[in-house]
Design a protein around this ligand. Structure first.
Ligand code: FES
Length: 206
């Protein structure tokens, strides 16, 4: 039975902030990181991708219109240009808040053949949500993704920076229990890890 493959469920158009007054949210550390990153590139436009990762961390794991406007402001680009980049890449979460933990289920060929949709159905039933949705307690978002490039571990899940696979229903149950008690958000942790990868050692301050 074929299933519709959903692309970019988390990746919708954010709402641009209204009015002329922009509230800036970046922490001192984030401003330091952005300034350091700007020295890596020939111009500010080239810094949009890492700038968006900083914003994704600073704004709690997703890129609201305000977050995109702040990146545009700090890099002296237009809102439309930065929004275009943010909505092109599925790893940026735009338009609506995501949960503390994003569970990304690969349903591409190898994972599909190894039972990815059975795992997805198990997760949907356990969490009471579908792809692109967040649990009412704000803990989990479920997302369907294309090949994560670790097909030898199919069926595979990505949560934050971690890959889990091959997984079965019992593994998934243990994983959910562990995540429920985890203090840090795997979504913002992933954004922070990626920002740090872009920085030189002397530029890291935390
Ligand atoms: S098909 Fe799932 S990791 Fe490649």
């Amino acid at each position: 039975m074929s299933q519709l493959i959903q692309l970019g469920g988390i990746n919708e158009r954010p709402k641009a902030p209204k009015g002329d007054t922009l509230k800036l949210h970046f922490s001192d550390e984030a401003i330091h990181e952005l300034n350091a990153l700007m020295t890596h590139y020939p111009d500010k436009k080239s810094c949009i991708l890492p700038g968006l990762w900083i914003a994704q961390r600073e704004y709690g794991g997703f890129l609201s219109g305000e977050a995109i406007a702040e990146v545009a402001h700090r890099l002296e680009r237009s809102y439309a240009e930065v929004e275009g980049v943010a909505t092109f890449y599925s790893m940026y979460n735009t338009a609506h808040a995501v949960g503390k933990h994003m569970i990304e289920v690969c349903t591409c060929l190898s994972c599909h053949m190894c039972g990815a949709y059975r795992i997805a159905d198990h997760l949907k039933e356990k969490l009471g949500i579908g792809f692109g949705e967040t649990t009412p307690d704000g803990l989990f978002t479920l997302h369907e993704v294309e090949c994560l490039n670790a097909c030898d571990r199919a069926p595979l899940l990505q949560i934050g920076s971690d890959y889990h696979g091959p997984v079965d229903a019992a593994y998934v149950d243990r994983l959910i229990d562990e995540l429920r008690t985890k203090e840090t958000s795997s979504v913002t942790q992933l954004a922070d890890d990626i920002v740090k990868v872009h920085l030189r050692d002397v530029e890291k301050i935390r």
